[in-house]
Design a protein around this ligand. Structure first.
Ligand SMILES: NC(=O)c1ccc[n+]([C@@H]2O[C@H](COP(=O)([O-])OP(=O)(O)OC[C@H]3O[C@@H](n4cnc5c(N)ncnc54)[C@H](OP(=O)(O)O)[C@@H]3O)[C@@H](O)[C@H]2O)c1
Length: 384
């Protein structure tokens, strides 16, 4: 097997390292020689002996000897060209690029099918957690009923800091940023867009439907205050940025939102930058995958597994129909904080100083909004 790794940053360099350090053992596993022929990056880095450095990804794609192209540059422009050109040259593709697959998955999967090559992308969701392979292969007997996850480590780290260190959002954000946890475009993390990319890929695989990413509603954690966090704790809940997907009426309900999670739920105990994915299936009920969703070796581990999987003959099927509609999941319990009492069906009521806090019964969001006249009311979803 001859491999070209395009993008030699955090993950790409980790892939080269693992393939070099584990070469002998991996070769025994797949019963063939493994050669990293190219490392392609914009700036030259020290590569292990024998690997050809190039600045131009075309050198990799045009080389007939290369069997597997590994795209690890990120983004949705050049990365898309690299993947589609590699597929057109009949090369298997491995990527960790969730943004690209959320936006252009359908086009890429169909190109891979037409050219009869593998496309694997385990590292795009949950870093090293083998959730996609488990969903596609180990749980093939099942129909997926619901997917729920904490899919963005940065926001989970910020929420953990706010709670443990008694910080407000801006203070916790600045610490996370200082540690290099926040993406160059912070909206990807803070506004739930990165988590939306991941739930889109998970839902696509789970519900076997192509999803129009632009229909997914994502709101992040910028509006979570220390005040609400403290009230949530008093009522037995913790804030988490929850990505959720399940079938609803004539389509799928998918969204990402800061949500109060019952402290008794396992998902509530997922702290720091850890990720969790909980999948409810018809035969195997709630399965929980937990682990680190990012980091050089964690992510590179998933990429290397995918590279090894390109030796198998069966291609993953992506013969999906389009999902006709994607809706936000609006039937929920809600947390409401107002400065005067309101008339809603509720499970819990608590009052402190001038604040009136309610945990509503399950209700449609529009119906709830009609009952709340105060525009300044703070509202979050509650997952029990
Ligand atoms: N980091 C993680 O823990 C993690 C986890 C899961 C998934 N991912 C995904 O993995 C992918 C890579 O992420 P990363 O963290 O490794 O990013 P990164 O550290 O920024 O590495 C990307 C590398 O690609 C290089 N590059 C950019 N354009 C190029 C081009 N046209 N040709 C060759 N090289 C080019 C960049 O060079 P310059 O720096 O000179 O621009 C950089 O070295 C992304 O899709 C990301 O979403 C990452």
């Amino acid at each position: 097997m001859k491999i070209g790794v395009i993008g030699l940053g955090t993950v790409g360099y980790g892939v080269v390292e693992i393939l070099t350090n584990e070469k002998e053992r991996l070769e025994k596993e797949i019963k063939q020689e493994i050669v990293v022929k190219y490392g392609c990056g914009l700036e030259e880095v020290d590569l292990p002996q024998g690997i050809i450095y190039t600045k131009d990804y075309h050198d990799v794609i045009n080389d007939e000897e290369v069997d597997v192209v590994v795209e690890l540059i990120g983004g949705t422009t050049i990365a898309k060209n690299i993947i589609l050109e590699a597929i057109a040259h009949k090369k298997h593709v491995v990527t960790a690029n969730k943004a690209l697959l959320a936006h252009y998955g359908k086009e890429i999967f169909q190109a891979a099918k037409t050219n009869d090559v593998h496309i694997f992308y385990e590292a795009s969701v949950g870093g090293g957690i083998p959730v996609l392979v488990s969903q596609k292969e180990s749980l093939i007997a099942n129909n997926t009923k619901e997917i729920v996850g904490i899919l963005n480590g940065t926001t989970n780290f910020i929420l953990t800091l706010m709670e443990n260190e008694n910080l407000d959002f801006e203070e916790a954000l600045s610490i996370a940023d200082g540690l290099g946890y926040v993406e160059a475009n912070p909206a990807l993390d803070l506004d739930g867009i990165d988590a939306a990319h991941k739930i889109c890929i998970l839902a696509q695989n789970g519900f076997k439907k192509f999803i129009d990413f632009d229909q997914i509603q994502a709101s992040g954690i910028r509006n979570v205050s220390k005040t609400d966090m403290d009230y949530a704790k008093k009522l037995g809940y913790r804030f988490k940025m929850i990505a959720q997907a399940k079938p609803v009426k004539d389509g799928l309900g998918i969204d990402v939102a800061a949500t109060l999670v019952n402290l008794n739920e396992l998902i509530a105990s997922v702290m720091d930058s850890y990720n969790v994915v909980e999948i409810d299936n018809d035969y195997v009920n709630n399965i929980i995958y937990y682990g680190r969703g990012a980091g050089r070796y964690v992510t590179a581990s998933a990429v290397v597994s995918d590279i090894m999987k390109t030796t198998q003959s069966e291609k993953w099927s992506h013969d999906y129909e389009n999902c006709p509609h994607v809706y936000p999941i609006t039937l929920s319990k809600y947390y409401i904080r107002t400065n005067k009492p309101i008339d809603i069906p509720y499970e819990t009521y608590y009052s402190e100083k001038d604040d009136h806090i309610y945990i509503s019964e399950e209700i449609e969001f529009n119906e709830l909004k009609e009952k709340i006249t105060n525009d300044k009311a703070v509202i979050f979803k509650v997952r029990d």
